[in-house]
Design a protein around this ligand. Structure first.
Ligand SMILES: Cc1cc2nc3c(=O)[nH]c(=O)nc-3n(C[C@H](O)[C@H](O)[C@H](O)COP(=O)(O)OP(=O)(O)OC[C@H]3O[C@@H](n4cnc5c(N)ncnc54)[C@H](O)[C@@H]3O)c2cc1C
Length: 428
């Protein structure tokens, strides 16, 4: 019989009890409706409460607040995204990188301030980002990456194999670029803390999936309807299901695993996080409670990942971990899960007023903890007419570009993933 693995996000399982919120029922009206309770939706709700203290603000979450991608990610609060992803060769690419970088830096600062103000227990750790490679074919890319950081005034340095071995407790990686400004967190604890620290004015409803948004702001959901003066859509990978950004944004399913806590004898290093210069290379972390987390698969599976596929992804994770830590036992993985990111062809987020009533923010590829938090805040500013330089940065980004419609879309994505998998050889 084929092995099967239940989809259990380790971060969510270890985050403790979540406060429950009832579903919304009946026909109601509101000043503001926010659809989606991840980092983007929660940030939008918090900002609206600051700007509109007397308005009704309603968040509709289809499942549980903060337990979508926001609770299931790798927990890198990214300040300095890999410039390799940003097409630095063109003036437009450089301007976009600068705008996104300004947004990410503001996102990290906004999150850190909330964590401190509300005492959110989320294992927040100011930590440098380390992009590291094992395969010499990627060294030139890392050096170009360091040079680009240098040119942009981002504090960064190269790490050789000895420095990496001392830091990480594995000799697998041979060259790295370390840059400062980011952080590592337990993402589910962060998302839970953000939801639980929202002002009381914000009304939270869970298990309330939205099925339609009419141009006049009437939202149809599982429990009835909600007529909203303004609507903020923050559903990330699920935008096309609500008829928005079709063939511009699509979901990519990532899978990740978390081990049991390791002993000090097994690994003595302090917590760290490694990102790959290749899109499908492994993201790897050692957490404060000495668990290893790995994420090294990405696939186009709009229908979701079943238990047999998840079992096979767990085997891939284990083999990648054992390549780096050969002493690791076969039963070391405790949790394996999947989650969706939203991808666009030109790696730009969706951030726009779709009409004078409907506003959208989402689609940050695999870099939405800081970015989603700041863009959620800014989409509320846009909807309420609050100008700022940061809002201008967000509005300056070229929108996600068109892709072919299905089924061509599916073929194109699968071909690109196959190519990225080959490029990531030795890094996955
Ligand atoms: C495995 C994995 C690893 C990642 N690692 C990182 C990382 O280390 N660092 C980083 O910065 N980013 C990472 N990301 C990406 C990051 O998690 C996302 O960019 C971020 O969570 C986006 O936040 P969001 O609020 O826009 O979307 P989400 O967190 O996806 O939230 C959207 C919410 O909308 C809800 N929803 C969807 N449809 C409906 C509907 N019809 N009605 C009502 N509600 C609906 C969903 O249930 C969900 O709760 C990773 C993602 C994954 C999956």
């Amino acid at each position: 019989m084929h092995e099967r693995v239940a989809d259990t996000c380790g971060w969510v399982a270890l985050a403790g009890e979540y406060r429950h919120h009832p579903p919304l029922e009946g026909a109601q009206s509101t000043d503001w409706a926010i659809i989606g309770g991840g980092f983007t939706g929660l940030a939008a709700a918090r900002r609206l409460a600051e700007l509109r203290p007397n308005d009704r603000i309603v968040v509709l979450e289809g499942k549980r607040l903060g337990q979508g991608a926001s609770g299931r990610n790798s927990g890198f609060v990214v300040a300095n995204e890999s410039p390799g992803h940003a097409a630095l060769a063109s003036a437009d690419g450089r301007a976009a990188y600068a705008a996104l970088h300004a947004l990410d830096v503001a996102g990290v600062a906004a999150l850190k301030s909330l964590v401190q103000t509300h005492g959110i227990a989320c294992q927040w750790q100011d930590a440098p980002s380390i992009h590291a490679a094992a395969n010499p074919r990627n060294f030139a890319k890392l050096r170009a990456h360091a040079a680009a950081f240098d040119e942009m005034g981002i504090d960064a340095e190269l790490l050789d194999s000895d420095a990496l071995q001392t830091r990480l407790g594995t000799g697998y990686y041979r060259l790295g670029v370390q840059s400062r400004g980011g952080a590592l967190v337990q993402p589910a604890m962060l998302a839970k803390g953000l939801a639980e620290s929202l002002p009381e004015q914000v009304e939270l409803f869970e298990n309330t999936p939205v099925t339609d948004i009419a141009p006049d702001g009437t939202i149809t959901h599982a429990g009835g309807s909600l007529k909203a003066a303004k609507v903020i859509v923050a559903v990330n990978a699920f935008l096309p299901r609500l008829g928005l950004y079709r063939a511009r944004v699509f979901p990519l399913a990532l899978t990740a695993s978390l081990t049991r806590p390791l002993t000090e004898g097994e690994i003595a290093a302090a917590p760290w996080g490694i990102l790959s210069p290749q899109a499908l290379g492994a993201t790897l972390r050692l957490t404060g409670d000495r668990r290893l987390m790995i994420r090294n698969t990405a696939e186009y599976r709009p229908a979701g990942i079943d238990a047999a596929t998840l079992a096979s992804r767990r085997r891939i994770h284990l083999s990648a971990l054992q390549k780096r830590f050969p002493w690791l036992d076969d039963g070391a993985i405790e949790y394996t899960w999947s989650g969706n990111i939203a991808i666009s062809r030109n790696s730009r987020p969706a951030f726009a007023a779709v009409s004078d009533r409907i506003f959208v923010a989402g689609g940050y590829n695999a870099s939405g903890v800081a970015r989603g938090s700041i863009m959620g805040r800014l989409i509320a500013d846009l909807a309420n007419g609050e100008p700022s330089d940061l809002l201008d940065h967000a509005l300056s980004l070229t929108p996600p570009t068109d892709m072919p419609p299905p089924p061509l879309l599916g073929f194109g994505i699968k071909a690109r993933i196959a190519w990225e998998r080959i490029a990531a050889r030795g890094e996955a």
